[in-house]
Design a protein around this ligand. Structure first.
Ligand code: ZN
Length: 274
């Protein structure tokens, strides 16, 4: 069986990240669902690798940015293992992928991008990572934090989620609660002038428990353009059909969509902490 397009030598197949999976019996009572996500003021998006957000949730990012939200990206690694080219080096690939991520962010209307410089494929949700993410949250002060769903470990018969995705989601949630909120956790951050910050809402993407849907029909072209900015990952195949199919299937799973809901959507597990 030939290698799937876009999968790196480390078996890191970002192209296979589902935006959402069939939720089957695992659906919330209708009164717990929200049909329309309001536009946040300031968003921090945390991903494991460059392109994770472009595959999973960049339609929502493009929509929120177009509606006036201030969006900040934090990429924990720079994807230095995502190549099968024997001539490629990690440093060269990381440099390329950071440039590609900045280009994608320009297309989406993102305000800033932070790279934490962790090594690809070996990420663990330890206290150092939790402190780093807590520092970023206290600096950016987002009202919405978007990150990967750490409960997604495998799905169906043929997909194992990348452990970096699980680690990134786990560390992000732990940074939101309780570390960013609590004054006495990581007191060294206080010494840096970083006061506690309460994140109001969390949106988890690339998971199986979506309970909020965002209509991205007017932003599909922007999402695809941002994804194609990751040329080192997608230059040799066109992700359009796969991305549109995911987004169409996500809309089909919306249990009570409004009559004017569009063809394409992204869904998230939504947590409200206020
Ligand atoms: Zn990834």
């Amino acid at each position: 069986m030939s290698e799937r397009p876009g999968s790196g030598s480390d078996g890191h197949a970002d192209t296979e990240i589902p935006t959402d999976q069939p939720i089957g019996d695992d659906v919330l009572p209708s009164e717990e669902r929200t049909e329309t996500a309001p536009t946040p003021k300031r968003v921090l998006v945390i991903q494991a690798h460059p392109d994770d957000v472009e595959f999973g949730s960049s339609g929502t990012i493009a929509r929120w940015a177009s509606e006036g939200a201030e969006i900040h990206y934090c990429s924990i690694t720079s994807g230095d293992k995502g190549s099968a080219d024997p001539e490629m080096t990690g440093v060269a690939l990381a440099t390329t992928r950071e440039r590609e991520q900045r280009a994608a962010c320009d297309i989406l209307g993102v305000t800033s991008v932070i790279f934490l410089g962790y090594l690809d494929a070996t990420l663990v949700p330890d206290l150092n990572l939790r402190r780093e993410l807590t520092r970023v949250i206290r600096r950016v002060k987002p009202d919405v934090l978007m990150c990967m769903d750490p409960t997604m470990r495998y799905t169906g018969k043929g997909y194992i989620n990348h452990p970096d995705h699980v680690a990134a989601g786990e560390a992000s949630l732990a940074a939101v609660f309780p570390s960013a909120r609590d004054r006495m956790t990581f007191p060294e951050l206080l010494d840096e002038g970083l006061e506690p910050h309460k994140v109001a809402e969390v949106y988890l993407f690339a998971g199986e428990h979506g309970d909020i849907w965002v209509d991205i029909s007017g932003h599909m072209e922007t999402k695809l353009a941002a994804l194609k900015a990751h040329a080192s990952q997608v230059a040799h195949w066109d992700p359009t059909e796969m991305i549109q199919t995911w987004a169409r299937e996500t809309t089909e799973r919306h249990p009570d969509k409004p009559a004017d809901f569009g063809e394409f959507s992204e869904s998230f597990k939504h947590i409200k902490l206020d």
